[in-house]
Design a protein around this ligand. Structure first.
Ligand code: PLP
Length: 450
């Protein structure tokens, strides 16, 4: 049996893939990626694919980025892991210093964990305990938004708002106050922009007015609700959320796991609206898409509330085994160096415009309801009826059909339901970007015609 065949069989025999209907997967030919190079993934048959979703929204400077490769190898030559529980290590220290420098003003302290979900868990527990230490013992609740996604651990699921992913676990979750979120294409208030005056914000204000004495924090994905289908917020929304949090005395947690590190065209989404949250969660792109790492940043005020004598037990009792892993921190430092050296954010601006122009023609397709773009984050919402905006029946698996068609044409993308996501590495060239968009356009057309 060939090596390829053996791997394909063993994959199906042993691996339970995440967010995957395994019954369906068993009937498909698995794509087994063995190598990467720039914007391309290369499988065990030496087939090359454009990485259209940055290996799930993480890759920044391309695969096999020499600076990040080198930083990890050099760090391996020193030490690969040592604990941050009571000890420290140079990459973790230097990275914390850099993160404080580049994130919005006021964020002064860095708490590491391993992924976006744990980064959000840390944020929630930190916000909760902060108020306990401050003596505001009633402030125990959280406000989150409809359609929100903050990860798959139970705290993160509690503040999630995507029924498909979260509803099954409801009996295990703590209750949250859920505010309306802007999904302008399908406005739950039946309003249209800009005449609505962002009326969805009234719901947040009402909840804060009625409940602020019992609320610890509001958690938000700034600018784009990614997993919900790349749902973009109207300009000014984030800033108003900040104002309301300040006015009602609750902490603001910005979950920048998906939008951070350049995806929106600025280093952080909060930068677009000069917003400084009280807590910011970073993961995904933090290591350039190389290794799992998250950082939850907070203010000096929150940090100081946890200081006290040993016997007062004000300690933040939270930590994961691999917290502050030196290899991941070394990769993250190299990632930030490349951002600087290659002026990644400046280089990105013309590519964002180019992408916007390339996306224009999708709007004419009969199944494209809306094209949403924020920087390098794009969602193309496919609908059965453009007039009524009626979605396709789930049995039609339209999103899956489109991505499988794209795969045949050498592009890897992953849909969110019937929303086709385009989110390539920031380093992608214009020619590659044009090819990526063309393949997706042709794939949609082929699937509609079939
Ligand atoms: N928060 C947001 C906004 C996300 O988009 C994600 C993942 O997509 C997460 C949190 C969870 O991150 P992870 O999958 O690394 O746990």
């Amino acid at each position: 049996m060939s090596r390829q065949k053996r791997l394909e069989e063993a994959d199906k025999r042993y691996i339970w893939h995440p967010f995957t209907q395994m019954q369906e997967y068993q009937g498909m030919e698995p794509v087994i990626i063995e190598q990467g190079e720039g914007s391309y993934l290369i499988d065990i048959h030496d087939r090359r694919y454009l990485d259209g979703v940055s290996s799930l929204w993480v890759n920044v400077h391309g695969h096999r980025c020499s600076e990040i490769d080198r930083a990890i190898i050099e760090q391996v030559g020193r030490i690969s892991h040592t604990t941050l529980l009571g000890l420290s290590n140079p990459p973790a220290i230097e990275l914390a210093e850099r993160l404080v420098e580049i994130t919005p003003a006021g964020l002064e302290r860095v708490f590491y964990s391993d992924n976006g979900s744990t980064g959000c868990e840390v944020a929630l527990k930190m916000a909760f305990q902060y108020w306990q230490h401050r003596g505001a013992r009633n402030k125990t609740q959280f406000i989150s938004f409809k359609n929100a996604y903050h990860g798959d651990t139970l705290g993160a699921v509690s503040v999630g708002g995507i029924d498909l992913f979260h509803e099954a676990f409801r009996p295990l979750l703590f209750p949250v106050l859920q505010a309306e979120a802007p999904y302008c294409y399908r406005c739950s208030l039946g309003l249209t922009r800009p005449a609505c005056g962002m009326a969805c914000l009234d719901s947040l204000e009402r909840i804060l007015k009625d409940h602020h004495e019992g609320v610890a924090a509001v958690i938000i994905e700034p600018l784009v609700q990614g997993a919900a289908g790349m749902i973009t917020q109207p300009p000014g929304f984030l800033q108003r959320v900040r104002e309301l949090c300040t006015r009602y005395g609750v902490l603001m947690i910005a979950d920048e796991v998906a939008v951070g590190f350049g995806r929106t065209g600025r280093m952080f989404a909060c930068d677009h609206e000069q917003v400084s949250p009280d807590v910011m969660v970073l993961a995904k792109g933090i290591t350039g898409g190389y290794l799992p790492l998250a950082a939850t940043l907070t203010t000096e005020e929150v940090y100081r509330a946890f200081l006290g004598e040993h016997h007062e037990f004000k300690t933040f009792f939270h930590g994961h085994t691999y917290t502050g892993n030196p290899l991941a921190c070394a990769a993250a430092l190299a990632n930030l160096e490349v951002f600087e050296e290659e002026k990644t954010i400046e280089q990105l601006a013309p590519k964002i415009d180019f992408l916007a122009r390339q996306l224009e023609r999708f709007k004419e397709l009969s199944v494209v309801g809306e094209v949403r773009q924020c920087g390098f984050m794009t969602g193309i919402e496919l609908v059965a009826d453009k007039e009524t905006r009626a979605p396709f029946a789930p049995q039609e698996k339209i999103g899956i059909k489109v991505i499988l068609e794209a795969r045949k044409r050498g592009v890897i993308i992953r849909p969110l339901g019937d929303v086709i996501v385009i989110m390539p590495p920031l380093s992608i060239s214009k020619a590659e970007l044009a090819e990526l968009v063309e393949v997706i356009y042709q794939s949609i057309r082929t699937v509609i015609a079939a």
